[in-house]
Design a binder for this molecule. Structure first.
Ligand code: ATP
Ligand code: ATP
Ligand code: MG
Ligand code: MG
Length: 880
């Protein structure tokens, strides 16, 4: 077996609208191509032994053991690999269940599709599944050590890539509210919402966390000062920089017991509490000084009591957790070392902040605590005795959390929210030491030890004891108060031909409303009239540039086949999805071999429109109108034919449509017809001669109208949009060259040739000259077809080739086109001039009076410059 390619999908895709995270592996079964599992000795037995849990896979029989019974009866290796890749991930703690396996047009080559939670892990699982199967085929076995290593690697990949626990809770809540989110590539930030409405978070720092407040919170002494000045109880203390000052400082705070900590520390690093002797104090000073960036050390009175973390969001107390320092509980049999090991074996514990709890690790304070009790690691602890291993209760040093949210005294609630406001933090973690949180601090003598910016959420979301609290909800309520939008309208456009033109036209219509429009096309990414980035930008990454942009109010996204196939759609839902047409193009690429498969792919754009939105479908194209049955949104049809049955039925039942009727482009809804404009007055339609441009204009008008743009604005836009070099470079650019005309167009498949042919035939009666060619990666039959169509349209044909022949030898494509021309048996003159510049120049030089030279260039800019050079009188758009 050989893996030919692994692709990672991250959005709605060909395989599933709902399952966005899929790995697609193209697999050549090679020697196993005609060997189902039952013909491989010991395969079934080996598989059951290595992965007995496959028993749980139902597969097509729909019952426990279903999949294994198919292996026993005989199924293809691709299918087995799919199930194994899913099971490996599940065993590594990433429960996934969606998979598909399909044979491609190439015999023995399969597409194996598997779901993932973490994409690296997904790709790893796909490769590991192939390895495992190959080993079973070769030896009937896969060693337990190897399987264990696979699972370990998978777990590590998951741990490395996962969002932090706080971010994860916020993301989950956002998803539950239907707020879109995406990771940003820098500083572990995430974005919630789209375009002009988006907000950013980095862990629990938000767009609203002020820099002054965050800096103040990071300065423990400054924080205490501000709080003390406001009458809030804080520990009595002082800051020193030299050991010489320590003795006096201890006197100042009223003598032992004291606490020594770094001025700018966190996570309990460098802190010693409950210090009672000079020797301890000296040691503690050194530890704190080393842990401080500025060698500044706080000497504080030690306050006895329990340690609480109070979470205040947007001025409201939302959760309180008591933090209990790392400890073990004796059972009368085990040594302290054994008890620690047992505690750490809890699957909830792990390294760092990524698990619910952190492992207990011993440090200087642990030894001191044990020593005070006269214990060591070999001591057997009496049953029920609690032995603390840390003095401070930070979760990151192995502590646990107990929820106390419902026990807080009302006066404390008032005090804590006031403290957050005094510091100025939108999300504040307040550390409170008091013997009893249900009594006012001033009665218990409790103090506020510090205030944290970016407090962790995990102790509130998954406390070791007590109720978990949804602390993400108030964060989202704050960032997006009820009624505030989170999304900008997304209009996605797909189809075989006309996407770029329609995308530009919709953007132009939206510009009439004064909104800032971000759009992506085959030519580049734009915001209003400004080019953000040049290139073929019709994939998900380009769409994200627009969705991330803080200035964009409307996104109009050309959504092409390539990007959809490569990594899925960039967004889970749109407001409007336009499908213009589906015709043969790019067939044979990416395992899309038929127009039906192509339609299935493009249908993603229609199927992902949100229920309140509109799918705009071409009623004249059966492959497009058939998408209606899978669409969850409203449907609006456009048609060139008022007599179209589907359209008539749709309108009769109150549906929305756009139709070309009696020379007008009109919107229809129920009994009403709203005429937008006559085609002859719409420059894009070339005086009504370019039928396909009328269709594009109908689709664009309908998309905008469905989103609430007024017919007046649509009309204004149609009147000012031209198929010119500026607005649609390379799409129906007509040049008046005095005695003849030249037209540059980008038609590059049979469907667009036919569309163009319709226009050329509508042109005047002069001679029609075509300079034709096509991209080399199309199939042989496509070139032949192209020749045949060219012969139908033109009186004279000059065949040229692209500079980039995409793997074909020079002259090959031209030869195929010539074959096609001959097939048509029409009396037209033809010749091959492979070089594009020479071909175009020849056509222009020899154009007789009254003729039309149609150039279908590889390089639009080259063709434009050649023609511009000869232009005596510009027409800039349509002028007959
Ligand atoms: P974190 O980042 O986890 O909040 P930190 O390194 O910022 O910790 P502090 O919050 O200042 O350190 O102290 C850690 C813990 O030590 C406190 O939560 C509290 O339990 C204890 N502590 C600190 N100062 C005192 C004090 N003056 N009296 C009693 N206990 C204290
Ligand atoms: P690409 O796949 O290259 O991005 P596209 O779908 O974006 O193409 P456009 O760039 O708008 O399409 O148009 C390319 C060519 O397709 C035009 O120059 C024209 O010849 C033809 N075309 C445009 N609209 C249609 C249509 N609705 N039906 C058929 N052909 C069309
Ligand atoms: Mg703290
Ligand atoms: Mg395009």
């Amino acid at each position: 077996m050989k893996i030919l390619k692994i692709q990672t999908l991250r959005g709605p895709n060909y395989w599933s609208i709902r399952r966005n995270q899929l790995v697609v592996m193209r697999l050549d079964l090679e020697e196993l191509a005609d060997k189902p599992s039952n013909q491989i000795p010991k395969f079934y037995e080996g598989l059951v032994q290595v992965l007995p849990s496959l028993e749980e896979h139902y597969c097509s029989p729909g019952c426990r053991g279903g999949f294994l019974s198919r292996v026993k009866e005989g199924t293809m290796m691709g299918h087995i690999i799919e199930h194994i890749a899913l099971e490996l991930q599940t065993l590594a703690g990433m429960s996934v269940g969606f998979g598909r396996t399909r044979e491609t047009a190439t015999p023995g080559v399969y597409q194996v599709v598997i779901e993932y939670l973490d994409e690296q892990a997904g790709r790893y699982a796909a490769r590991a599944a192939v390895r495992l199967c190959q080993s079973l085929v070769n030896t009937g076995n896969y060693s337990p050590e190897e399987l264990e290593q696979d699972l370990k690697d998978l777990r590590e990949l998951r741990a490395d890539a996962a969002l932090g626990p706080s971010t994860e809770t916020i993301v989950k809540e956002a998803e539950a509210r239907g707020i879109p989110w995406m990771p940003l590539n820098a500083r572990a930030m995430i974005q919630l919402g789209y375009g002009v409405y988006h907000k950013r978070l980095q862990a629990t720092l938000s767009d609203l966390s002020g820099i002054l407040a965050v800096e103040l919170a990071c300065d423990k002494e400054g924080t205490k000062q501000i709080l003390r000045d406001a009458g809030v109880p804080v520990p009595k203390g002082t800051v020193i920089h030299y050991l010489d000052e320590l003795e006096e400082a201890i006197g100042d705070v009223g003598g032992y017991p004291i606490v020594i900590k770094p001025l700018d520390g966190n996570h309990g690093r460098g802190i010693t509490i409950n210090i009672n002797t000079w020797q301890e104090a000296e040691e503690a000073y050194d530890a704190a000084s080393v842990a401080s960036k500025t060698r500044s050390v706080i000497v504080e009175r030690y306050y006895t009591g329990r340690d609480h973390r109070v979470l205040v969001i947007n001025g409201k107390l939302v959760a309180v957790a008591e933090r209990v320092p790392a400890h073990v509980v004796g059972d009368g049999k085990s040594t302290i070392a054994e008890l620690i090991e047992k505690t750490n074996s809890d699957p909830n514990r792990g390294e760092g902040h990524d698990n619910v709890l952190t492992n207990i690790q011993l440090d200087r304070t642990s030894w001191q605590l044990l020593e005070k009790l006269g214990y060591n690691l070999e001591t057997i602890l009496p049953p029920g005795e609690i032995c603390y291993l840390r003095a401070t209760a930070n979760l990151s040093t192995g502590g646990i959390a107990v929820d106390r949210t419902d026990e807080v005294h009302p006066e404390n609630i008032w005090l804590f929210s006031r403290v957050a406001k005094i510091i100025g933090l939108d999300i504040a973690g307040i550390d409170v030491v008091t013997s009893d949180i249900s009594q006012p601090l001033h009665q218990t003598g409790g103090v506020i030890v510090e205030v944290n910016a970016a407090p962790g959420f995990r102790m509130h979301v998954s406390p070791s004891q007590g109720l978990p609290r949804n602390v993400a909800a108030p964060v989202l309520d704050m960032l997006f108060p009820p009624g505030t939008p989170t999304r900008i309208p997304i209009i996605a456009i797909t189809g075989t031909n006309g996407k770029t033109t329609t995308t530009r036209l919709i953007s132009h219509i939206y510009r009439q409303t004064g909104k800032t429009v971000g759009y992506t096309t085959t030519d580049g990414i734009y915001i209003n009239e400004f080019l953000v980035e040049k290139g073929d930008t019709t994939g998900p990454q380009s769409a994200q540039v627009i969705l991330r942009d803080p200035t964009v109010e409307v996104a109009v996204l050309e959504t092409a086949r390539g990007g959809l196939l490569r990594s899925g759609q960039a967004f889970a839902q749109s407001d409007v999805g336009v499908v213009l047409n589906v015709a043969a193009d790019h067939l044979g690429i990416g395992d899309i071999d038929t127009t039906e498969q192509l339609a299935h792919l493009k249908s993603v754009v229609a199927e992902t429109v949100m229920p309140s939105g509109y799918a705009i479908l071409n009623a004249d194209d059966p492959l497009v109108s058939a998408m209606a049955k899978r669409v969850k949104a409203n449907i609006a049809y456009f048609s060139m034919n008022p007599e179209n049955e589907l359209l008539k039925k749709h309108i009769r039942s109150g549906g929305l449509a756009a139709v070309y009727e009696n020379g007008y482009l009109s919107i229809m809804k129920g009994d009403w017809t709203f005429r937008i404009e006559q085609a002859v007055n719409i420059p894009l339609t070339m005086g009504g001669k370019a039928a396909f441009m009328i269709a594009n204009a109908l689709a664009a008008s309908l998309a905008a109208y469905a989103q609430g743009v007024s017919i007046d604005d649509v009309r204004k836009a149609l009147a000012t949009f031209q198929a010119s070099v500026n607005q649609t470079p390379g799409r129906m650019n007509l040049f008046n060259l005095g005695s003849y005309h030249a037209l540059i167009d980008y038609a590059h498949n049979p469907h667009s040739y036919q569309a163009l042919g319709g226009f050329v035939r509508n042109w005047n009666s002069g001679m029609r000259i075509g300079v034709v060619g096509g991209p080399g990666d199309r199939r042989d039959e496509d070139f032949v077809m192209l020749g045949k169509l060219a012969a139908e349209i033109f009186d004279r044909i000059i065949i040229k080739e692209d500079n980039d022949t995409r793997g074909r030898s020079p002259g090959e494509a031209a030869g195929l086109i010539t074959q096609g021309i001959k097939l048509e048996q029409r009396n037209c003159r033809y010749e091959s001039i492979l070089d594009e510049t020479t071909a175009i120049s020849t056509a222009l030089d020899e154009a007789p009076e009254g003729s039309l030279v149609v150039v279908l260039p590889e390089s639009i800019s080259l063709a434009i410059s050649l023609i511009e050079a000869r232009r005596q009188q510009s027409s800039n758009g349509y002028s007959p």
